[in-house]
Structure formats: C-alpha cells, structure tokens
Design a protein around this ligand. Structure first.
Ligand code: FRU
Length: 425
C-alpha cells in the first residue's frame, strides 16, 4: 500500500447491493445438528486459525490450532456476547478437536474479548504468539459498555508434548488502535446503531512484504451534508479499515484510510480478511440482513470484493457482493464466515447459529421462549463449505463435515456435492 494513497475509497454501493439475491451458486445446504458439539460445555461462535506470518496455517508438532469466542453452554445464546471468552482448541487431523482452555488468565483489556486473529512466530526458544483481539467495553465501568479498541497480547508461547498442546502466558496486553474520528468513526460520533471498531486481522502483503492489520469500522458521515439520498441511510456507514506497520514490527501500527466502505448501504462489515491468489486480492466480510439500509434486501451472508492489489479498486464479487448465504427457510443457520485458500478451491468455515428448518423464518430469535432459543442454537462449528473461484465469480461446490478444517496439503474428498442435498430440507 502506498503512503501516497489519495484516491476515493472504493465503495460497495446501493446499485451493487440492489442486485443481491439467492441463487444456486450461493445458497448453502440446510445444516443439521452434529452428533456432538466441539465442546458440550461451551457455545462457540467466531473462530479463527493460528497462522504463520505469511498467512499460511500454522502447524505445530503436527497440530493445527483454532481460537473461538466461547460462553458456557447453559447460558442463553443471546447473552453470549456479554461474557465472551477466547479459548483454543487443537487437532492433528482437522476433524477431531481437543479443548485447550482459556487463552488468557488475567490482564485482558476490556470487559470482554471479541474476535481477532493470531500470528505464530516460531523464532526464539518457544514459538511466540501475537494475539490481536477486540477489547470490548471500558475496563473499569460497572455497567456493560460497547466501547471497542483493538488490543494486542504478546509473550504467549506454544508447547507440545505427548499429552497435547498448551498455550501459556504470561501475556502482555496493550491497546494498538483506537478510531481517529476522521477516517474512522468514534463512539461519540455514531448515530443510531452502535459504532464498530473491532475484529483485527493480521496480514502480510505477499506482493510488498509489508505488514498490516485489517479491521471492521465505520466511516464518519457528517449530518445534513447530503451524503446519502435519504438521511435515514446515513447511519449505515460500514467500512473495512486498515493500519500499516511501517517498520514491519507486528506491535506498532498506524491508521490508514479504509480499503472500502459501504456508506448509505450497510452498517457492519464484520471480520474482514483477505485471500491473495495469483496476485489477485479477495477481500471478505460477514454481514447481517438487519444491518442493510432501508430499501435494500440483504442477507446474513459472506460477502466478497476483488482488486488487483491491496489498495486497489475493489469491485463486488458476482456483481452484487454475495458469496455464500443461508437457505430461505433457515436464514440464520450460520454466520461469521472465514475463508482460506486450499489450492484449487477456497474453504469457508463459520459457526452453526440459529437453525429452524421446516419452520417459518425467525425475524427475532430473542422473542422465542428461552428453551426454544437454547434448542435452536448450534453453538459449534458449521460444516465447512467448498467454494469454486473463477475471476470475480464464485460458486459453491460442496461441503465437508462440521468443523473439518483441512490443511492445504490434505486432499479433499473427490465426491461432489449431491445437488439433492441442497433442495431437501
Ligand atoms: C461477529 C461479531 C464480531 C464480534 C463478535 C462479538 O459475529 O459481531 O464482529 O467480534 O461477533 O461476539
């Protein structure tokens, strides 16, 4: 990314989003509950893999590691964001996962920790982990607050022996980024829905070798300046933020202008991340049906954009931006998608959210009686989805089991997805 960047921020526009629709290239099959959750005592949702600095998935003594936001499985799912705790899990085959435990014992920033990313640096005596996360809520407020800062924990190390894998502290926690109020909206500037400044994602650009953090944010929209045709749309101001580390030090970042925004279109562009393939940059986010501005029909879905370089003129994939969504009769069955490269295909993991197959769709799950909310919450990893990619077009080509996360060297089953699965419910 050049420091000289001075162009307009690429936009996901209402014209693009007006084309959003479900079709056979983007609707995942119905998800059925697995025999077992990842951990019966836990609900898990946003999940990410431990990666090497170059973005490849870290493998430590034959084990891959995931991190997830977790809450006790007897807690009402809607309350989980208020108590989110990051735990790690590891696996030798990418199918069977062992719960490692909490990542942090104490010293975390924020009242609770939301999504992030983790980078493994094998240099030194023990492999060190750089752990980027969202510090949500003010540290010493008594009430639950929604302030969001981007935090980094360093000093954690990974150990393995015959009994398994352990991530140990002590960790050193610090805030690395807060919104500047100019490129990135601060809490006191937000109108309507709460602002966002979260979900840091470490990225080393393979073309330049430069070091970045991507994150979810909002673009400040001054009131009454007519930015949107209808002033009501002005609070729908999502952006994909980026910060640069000029020295390459993964602890020091400076804000840069957003990579893309969606002013007048959508308020939340969640968990941004990139996959770079043959010099083409694919930028992915998750978003919700209810965060689209009035007049647009969106979905709980994975959305994507493509450009020729990191700071390029991102255009929505498939013209409208939608890559993967839930079926009409289970519109909230999965969320928080994360894409990674698997050679010929892309693989997409997400969590199994509210399912309601064979029932009318749920507009607001919190209106259901508590036992129904519990019964219908997946709280584990969803089946991994296989995506075909051809230029700026994507297509679902199959699924793997719940929580199956193969490494690139591990081949995928040769059987193609049975079309009938997609139609049955
Ligand atoms: C997406 C998300 C993230 C956030 C987390 C909080 O599911 O909203 O943006 O970090 O959930 O639970």
């Amino acid at each position: 990314m050049s420091e000289e960047f001075a162009g307009d921020t690429p936009a996901w526009t209402r014209d693009h989003a007006a084309g959003l629709h479900r079709d056979e290239s983007n609707v995942a099959p119905i998800i059925y509950p697995p025999d077992e959750r990842l951990d019966e005592d836990l609900h898990i949702w946003d999940t990410w893999l431990l990666r090497n600095r170059d973005g490849s998935i870290a493998e430590i003594d034959g084990r891959r590691v995931i991190f997830a936001l977790t809450s006790p499985s007897d807690l009402l799912p809607g309350k989980r964001h208020d108590v989110a705790t990051i735990r790690y899990f590891y696996s030798t085959d990418g199918e069977n996962w062992t719960t490692g435990g909490r990542v942090f014992d104490d010293g975390t920033l924020g009242q609770r920790q939301w999504a992030g990313s983790a980078m493994y640096d094998p240099d030194g005596d023990d492999g060190e982990v750089y752990f980027y996360y969202t510090a949500a809520g003010e540290d010493d407020a008594e009430e639950l607050t929604y302030t969001q800062r981007i935090a980094l924990a360093t000093g954690g190390t990974v150990h393995t022996d015959e009994s398994g894998l352990r991530i140990d502290g002590p960790w050193d926690h610090r805030v690395v980024l807060t919104p500047d109020g100019d490129w990135y909206e601060r809490e006191d500037q937000s109108r309507g829905m709460i602002y966002t400044f979260r979900d840091p994602w470490f990225f080393e650009d393979p073309q330049s070798g430069e070091t970045y953090l991507l994150f979810e944010a909002n673009t400040p929209v001054p009131e009454g300046e007519g930015e949107c045709e209808d002033p009501v749309w002005e609070e729908f101001n999502g952006s994909i933020g980026i910060a640069h580390s000029p020295s390459g030090d993964p602890t020091e970042f400076e804000l840069r202008p957003p990579l893309l925004d969606s002013v007048c279109v959508n308020q939340e562009l969640e968990r941004p991340h990139l996959v770079v393939r043959d010099g083409t940059y694919y930028l992915f986010i998750s978003s919700h049906v209810h965060t689209f501005a009035p007049g647009l029909e969106g979905y709980d879905a994975l959305y994507g954009f493509v450009a020729d370089d990191l700071r390029g003129d991102y255009e929505p994939l498939n013209d409208h931006g939608m890559v993967l969504t839930n079926p009409e009769n289970a519109p909230f069955q999965a969320y928080s998608w994360l894409v990674y490269d698997h050679g010929d295909e892309l693989l997409v993991t997400s969590f199994f959210n509210y399912f309601d197959y064979n029932r009318p769709s749920l507009d607001d799950v919190s209106l259901l009686p508590p036992d129904e909310q519990m019964r219908r919450f997946g709280g584990t990893l969803a089946p991994t989805v296989r995506l075909g990619l051809d230029g700026d077009r994507t297509e679902l080509v199959g699924t793997l089991d719940h929580g199956h996360l193969p490494l690139r060297r591990e081949s995928l089953p040769t059987t193609w997805w049975d079309q009938a699965d997609r139609e049955s419910d």
